[in-house]
Design a protein around this ligand. Sequence first.
Ligand code: C2E
Ligand code: CA
Ligand code: CA
Ligand code: CA
Length: 288
Amino acid sequence: SLDTIRRILRYCQQLLHNDHTDASIPPIDTSLMNGYDPELWRALQREEFELFYQPRIDLRRGSICGAEALIRWQHPERGLQTPDSFIPSCEASGLIVPLGYWIIQEVGKTLPAMKEAGLDGRIGVNLSFRQFQDRHLAPTIERLMQQHLMDTRTLEFELTETALCSDEEHVRSTIRQLSSQGVEFSLDDFGTGYSSFSLLQKLPITTLKIDKSFVDGIPGNPDDEEIVRAIINLAHNLNKQVIAEGVENRAQLEFLIRHDCDQVQGYFFSRPVCLEQFLSLLNTNRRQ
Ligand code: C2E
Ligand code: CA
Ligand code: CA
Ligand code: CA
């Protein structure tokens, strides 16, 4: 309804124009936001969302080299909700657009504390294909980065192949524009979608993330072993880094080290943890 659109606009204006020094950022395209869940909208207003962080481990240095930011919803009655229960609805309604900006803002606010605790690497932020439908994605992100004095070399956006394969020049130019500011991009769930080699070469993607479904089968499943090896080789031949996701045990880790994988992420090291716990992981990491 009109009323809800007005509320969203007001919220976005608050979010994006709170210092009123730059009038160059166009307003959010509200045509993308229809029929969202009023409970999720309230949750955004009441700041019931929270970012958890899952450390990434550099296999050569043997230390934490960044993290992935993963959203949670602290529901007042139902407790902690994982993204699979609300992100699809946010994507369907377009609420992911303002929520996505809230996420970037939140990372911006917490980066100084992470650096203070010794963060050496990037924070990966998931970008949904739906966020690219906001024509002002790149300038708005740039503005948020300026507002929070974010060092662009500490941000990395995780994209899925779905986002890239929408074959739109707009998606590619957005990526190029942000990349020219020092932001990096990684390809999430790699191997499960359809990306062409030419696209991998054309776009400034610095990292491939091997999907957990392949990591689950190593060692032991010959197909998964072959796929994991192939992705690692592909990444390195294209001068990209490669991260294995969903590493849960020692045998998987050993396989990945043996095959020259660069980084890992998974329950074997740490589940996604709240900011406070992530900061103490960083502090421990630094003391080692
Ligand atoms: P994803 O980007 O593929 O994130 C990895 C998921 O795997 C996370 O689930 C993480 O907790 C889980 N995971 C990591 N290591 C392990 C492991 O060793 N074993 C197992 N079983 N799982 C592991 P989570 O946090 O529930 O997120 C699910 C999905 O929701 C994400 O998949 C991502 O697509 C989406 N999502 C999460 N946060 C955000 C966000 O801030 N923005 C957007 N647009 N999407 C998000
Ligand atoms: Ca991800
Ligand atoms: Ca993933
Ligand atoms: Ca996934």
